[in-house]
Design a protein around this ligand. Sequence first.
Ligand code: DQA
Length: 144
Amino acid sequence: MTTVYVLNGPNLNLLGQRQPEIYGSTTLADVERDCKTLGVELGLTVDFFQSNHEGAIIDKIHEARLKAKAIVINPAAFTHTSVAILDALNTFDGPVIEVHISNVHKRESFRHHSYVSLRAEGVIAGFGINGYLLALRQVAKLVG
Ligand code: DQA
C-alpha cells in the first residue's frame, strides 16, 4: 500500500466549532474518517495528523521523507508565514498538494500569498472539506 501523509496546521483541531460560516460544521475527526475511507477505495494508507506547532509539522514532514509517497497539507495560517515549512517540504521527494477549506483568494489580502505554493504540485481552495478528498484522488493518479 502507498502511504500518504495528510497534515493539518493550527486551529484546524477546532474545525466544526471555529467560524463555521467560513469552515463549515464538519469536524476534523470527520475529515480524517472520510480521508481514510476514500484511501481504502484508492489503495492509499492515510496517515492523518494535526498540530498547532510549526516544529511538530516540520518533524512530521521529515518523517514523511522515509514513510510517505505524497503529502497533502493544509498548513492553515502557517501557509502565509512559514518559510520553515516550505524548506521542510523542499526536502521531500514526492508530490505535495496544498489544500484550503475556504477560498483564500476571496478573503483578506494576507491570505493570498502562500509560501507552500512555491513547492506544491497544485492547490485546492474553496471546496470545503471535499478539497481533501479531491487531493487524495489526485495523489492516487500521481503515485497510486
Ligand atoms: C485555511 C485558510 C487559512 O488562511 C487560515 O489561516 C486557516 C485555514 C483554510 O483551510 O481555508 O486556518 O488554510
